[in-house]
Write a protein of this length. Sequence first.
Length: 334
Amino acid sequence: MTRTAFVLLNPAIARRRSGDARSNWIESLKMRDRAARRTGRSGQRFRQAFIDWVDDHAIDEGRSDVSYAGLSVFRISSATVIRKEPTFGVTLGIVAQGSKTLRVHGRTLEIDASNYLVVTREMQYDATVQPASGLRPFLGVSITFPPELVAKAMVALADGGESGSGPPMAAFSAPLESVVAEPFSRLLKTVDDPVERRTLAPLAVEELVFRLLRSEAAAALRGAIRSTDTRPITEAMRLIRTQAFRPLSVEGIARQVAMSPSHFAHRFRAVARMSPMRFVKEVRLDAARTLLLSQGARASEVALRVGYESPAHFARDFKRRFGASPVRYAQRLR
């Protein structure tokens, strides 16, 4: 026969224990409230530091590039409608102050200081930019990521079983949380120090790409990757880097990685988020930027060295990519 023991608790002890539980519960609520206030203060500090950083670096009206390749800042003082704004691959946009409304393939995306934008491929879009107020201009930052980094992150996620389904979206937005804000903040802190810019900035950018592509919003983008295609596409990227200043064609590159031209072009776009010939152009323009800033070479000389036959064609492509003519760009950043 099983006996059940009942323990009679002294009423005073019971009241004390009940009071202890109530006190613990109240203290737990207070701790959570203090943690929430600390998080809020931390978020406010990040936001103000971000506004100050962009305000310091966005000296001119419109777009300006900074010393780290692919990183641009924006200052827009009045409501502005932008037609056919170009992007050149996977691009992150974060608003410090004001707001931006995009129209992408029939969808409308509202971006402000609480969320971020990711454009997932080369494309053009229309947008409306709204300052915070008459005395507080729109301030924002964008960074276009190297396609090799995008491919590396996509392959790592696919190998880890983090795939998705459905057609990839041309652009998406998501709440700006610490998992993205922290590496982004570390990146901005490196920009003005040449040593940190060379050593720490690439680490922050690599983490940013990984975090963004691992997000739930990017699941469909991950689903576009097939592991069987990644090796020849990353090899093609390497070949393009080494041969970029020579005449290149989709057919020639595809032949070197043993793929048909049509299949190669399709899979390259899925992995790199841009066409093969766009990638060739981006490699050439990035090399031209380096030559202009590091060696002080003339624009016409740089054009020929990076594979352009026409200096005028080079100047047009450079201005479209970097927002200024080669001469003005070099004068501003040297």
